[in-house]
Design a protein around this ligand. Structure first.
Ligand SMILES: [Zn+2]
Length: 459
């Protein structure tokens, strides 16, 4: 879209939001009636639960507020791009102040128990509260700090690697990526890969899921892991039970659950020693510079640990610190404990405390992410929950198969089957907490993730 088109786009999106509101609120009566029916199946209850969520949102948040949020976000995103380019937080500040004010209003309208931020968390991860997130992070932080300190001191997982500077022809990596898609058994008829500046997944239907990646010309792990990450998202969407198509259930249950799928494939599968062995022949065939490196070099390169002020460059060990920082800031902003003008300085202090690096400027500090300009408050925590749930999959799947052996033998069908059976096929039938109880018998247990990280990086 040309940058000048943001006004009409904002208008169109606001109109669509209003039309959606009208359509949903018209369902209030039939839904109330249906909820009283006897013998509801889990699918029935799922449909009613999802429509009720939309109904709650649209009956509580007035159209004028929805429209203002949408319009403000559209303007703010344009200003944010410019502000980030110039590293000029002051330029973005009034827009962010407006957005925070509108998000507070939205939380008040939605209603909440305890903290107003709970209302916003629930939008992305149903029934999630700050108690859940605080519990997760209070377990993660001290143990993760220990991992980071030890890894940095020992240097067994390097902060720099020669392979980062090896250049590749786009064509070479295209071939590697195509073979990675074959290894992951991505379907030819219902899935496709394209190129874009920011990689993403978009699902049009169970039989039409598309992802993108990008080619930077060097440091080949980026394009490969972003491909595997998006494939994780895509496999989820492709494996929803097709009989749920054209119902509200043909969705993923939450952003945290969605991200758990991408993280599972990217980190627990893709960055394992077994996967290195599996993809090694493909890499060696297409990347001539690899003749000077062995499997262990590639494994170390895939698992570098380098504290960085930039979230999207973060590794498995430091990533969650970036999320904790954003979560704390959002919680305090929405709770009216801090002012927008204080963000850059608090951001930099916290980054130094958690990651050990002070951002040089606001472009690599508080201005680095698009989320706040879009009004997405409550979104960030789902990234960490994705890691946490991926850790739970890693732990609980061992009852049914040894993941290492499954990956080593390249039998990823088995792995995909497990995920389909336990998680994917349900679509939105269960809330994320219900689904976790059903599959794992526990909710957001951070111990699984942190034990995996300790084992991988310290043993
Ligand atoms: Zn993702």
């Amino acid at each position: 879209m040309p940058s000048g088109a943001s006004k009409p786009r904002g208008f169109a999106q606001a109109q669509i939001a209003l039309m959606k509101q009208q359509q949903i609120t018209a369902l209030a009566e039939p839904i109330t009636k249906a909820q009283k029916a006897a013998n509801l199946t889990d699918y029935d209850s799922g449909v009613l639960r999802l429509i009720q969520r939309d109904l709650d949102y649209y009956t509580r948040v007035p159209p004028a507020l929805i429209e203002e949020l949408q319009r403000t976000a559209t303007d703010a995103t344009v200003v944010w791009r410019e502000a980030r380019k110039r590293s000029d937080f002051a330029r973005f500040r009034p827009y962010l102040e407006k957005i925070v004010e509108l998000k507070r209003q939205e939380a008040e309208r939605l209603g909440y128990n305890g903290h107003p931020y709970n209302a916003l968390l629930d939008k992305y991860e149903e029934a999630l509260t700050i108690e859940d997130v605080d519990r997760v992070f209070s377990t993660i932080v001290p143990r993760l700090k220990r991992v980071l300190n030890k890894v940095s001191a020992e240097g067994r997982f390097p902060a720099h690697h020669q392979l980062e500077s090896e250049r590749y022809e786009e064509d070479w990596m295209r071939k590697v990526n195509m073979e990675a898609l074959t290894l992951l058994e991505m379907p030819k008829e219902t899935f496709r890969l394209d190129t874009s500046t920011h990689p993403f997944t978009t699902g049009m239907a169970v039989d039409d899921v598309r992802i993108t990646t990008r080619y930077e010309g060097k440091d080949f792990k980026h394009t490969m892991f972003s491909l595997i990450h998006e494939c994780g998202h895509a496999i989820y969407e492709l494996q929803v039970d097709p009989s749920l198509e054209y119902t509200p259930l043909v969705t993923v249950t939450s952003l945290g659950m969605h991200e758990s799928q991408s993280r599972f494939w990217e980190n627990f599968v893709g960055r394992s020693k077994e996967f290195v062995r599996l993809i090694h022949p493909t890499l060696r065939k297409n990347l001539p510079f690899l003749s000077q490196y062995n499997d262990d070099d590639i494994y170390k390169y895939f698992n570098m640990v380098r504290p960085s002020p930039i979230r999207v460059e973060a590794d498995e060990v430091t990533y969650n610190f970036h999320i904790i920082l954003r979560y704390e800031l959002e919680k305090r902003l929405i709770g009216n404990e801090i002012k927008v003008s204080e963000i850059p300085s608090i951001w930099n202090e916290m980054m130094e405390e958690y990651v050990g690096i002070r951002p040089k400027n606001d472009a690599e500090g508080a201005l680095q992410d698009i989320h706040w300009s879009q009004g997405s408050f409550g979104y960030f925590p789902t990234y960490s929950l994705g890691n946490v749930i991926a850790g739970m999959i890693f732990h609980h799947i061992q009852k049914d198969m040894r993941l290492e052996d499954t990956v080593k033998s390249g039998q990823l069908t088995k792995l995909r089957g497990w995920l389909r059976e336990h998680i994917h096929r349900w679509g939105g039938t269960y809330s994320p907490k219900q689904l976790q109880q059903k599959v794992f018998g526990e909710e957001y247990n951070p111990d699984r993730l942190i034990s995996y990280l300790e084992h991988k990086f310290l043993d």
